[in-house]
Design a protein around this ligand. Structure first.
Ligand code: TRP
Length: 352
């Protein structure tokens, strides 16, 4: 597909291309860590942006860790609501898309104390000024609905360093917005090793060419805005959501993300589901207008998601098994976190 071919290539993108070459040659050299906040159902934006890529990396033979970042939910809200439901939803989605618990470790923050403990020495390695300069944090503060900004909002990038470094993750698949966080992780790893001796790798970002899918209301697709098709949605829910999507008055369908964001995002969604070029999809619909466009998108989403949804429904019949996947992942994460914390104790000279 050629969606991002015409964008300029940044140093981070060049580095990612080099990493892709290394991944193909020696996948065993990499340990990947990624995560999701359990704030709602994963949707098609997540699928094409990151989930799909995790399965690809797993299948290449990379050691993959997936964090359910439950403490990080509290960065921008007072209480983490319906946590059990959201966590179980994530687990079902992971299994349904093909993450294999024998090869991929799924765990959650609050179940791995030694990971969280790393945050204390890590906090000593960054200045308050550095934390305040993080553009992603600044943006999140600007959009926060909370009356006061909590300490966790400023420090969660340090927590994220602990997420990555507890297992010595050396590759982190991210979107652009997470790059400042990864820079903090790299700084912390470097400073720790300078002060106390070599313990941590300096992880690389693996930028995914994440396609920009908008929500059905034409704004950013979000778990909590009710403007996205969840992976686990039914065919009818999918049809209803897409039927209500924002389009425009021009009957002739084109792929032009700048001038026609709503229409183009729908075209792109169909193209991604069909593994086709968005311009070709738009040409084919031509003068069919929004009605044909929406029918095309609905059919494409429903047939692409059908096997995933079928597997999801199968797993949902055995929630005992689904919960055991997280328990086993947490056990493995705890063993690794405790071993790393011991190395940190020895390096820092704290008694044990
Ligand atoms: N901040 C990420 C998000 O909001 C989730 C996350 C938590 C994460 N810890 C991480 C991602 C470590 C990559 C690495 O989506």
């Amino acid at each position: 597909m050629t969606i991002t071919d015409d964008l300029p290539v940044s140093p981070a993108e060049r580095r990612s291309a080099e990493l892709e070459r290394q991944l193909a040659e020696a996948p065993g050299r990499f340990r990947v860590l990624t995560g999701d906040r359990p704030t709602g159902a994963l949707h098609l934006g997540h699928y094409f942006g990151t989930l799909h890529n995790r399965v690809r990396l797993q299948n290449l033979g990379v050691d993959v860790f997936v964090l359910i970042a439950d403490y990080q939910v509290l960065t921008d809200r007072d209480v983490a609501e319906r946590l059990t439901e959201h966590v179980e939803g994530l687990l079902l989605d992971y299994l349904a898309i093909g993450l294999d618990p024998a090869r991929t470790t799924v765990f959650n923050h609050s179940a791995v104390p030694a990971l969280n403990q790393l945050m204390l020495p890590f906090l000593s390695l960054v200045s308050v000024a550095e934390l305040g300069r993080n553009p992603t944090v600044k943006d999140e503060i600007a959009h926060s609905r909370q009356a006061a900004v909590s300490g966790l909002m400023y420090t969660y990038p340090v927590h994220q360093a602990a997420d990555i470094l507890f297992c010595k993750g050396n590759l982190v698949p991210v979107g652009q917005d997470q790059l400042p966080h990864l820079e903090i992780t790299r700084t912390i790893a470097r400073r720790f090793d300078e002060r106390y001796g070599a313990v941590f790798p300096e992880p690389d970002a693996l930028l995914s060419a994440a396609p920009l899918l908008l929500g059905t209301d034409g704004t950013k697709m979000s778990k909590s805005r009710n403007n996205s098709v969840a992976l686990g949605a039914s065919e009818d829910e999918t049809a209803r959501l897409i039927k209500g999507a924002t389009t425009d008055a021009d009957r002739h369908i084109t792929y032009d993300p700048e001038a026609r964001p709503g229409v183009s995002s729908l075209v792109l969604l169909a193209a991604l589901c069909l593994d086709r070029d968005p311009h070709a999809v738009a040409d084919e619909i031509g003068d069919g207008g929004a009605a044909v466009l929406k029918r095309t998108v609905t059919d494409a989403v429903n047939s692409r998601m059908a096997p995933i949804r079928a597997r999801r429904a199968e797993y949902a019949k055995d929630m005992g098994y689904v919960r055991s996947v997280l328990r086993a992942g947490n056990e493995r994460a705890n063993a690794i976190a405790e071993a790393t914390l011991d190395e940190v104790r020895d390096a820092m000279g704290t008694p044990r």
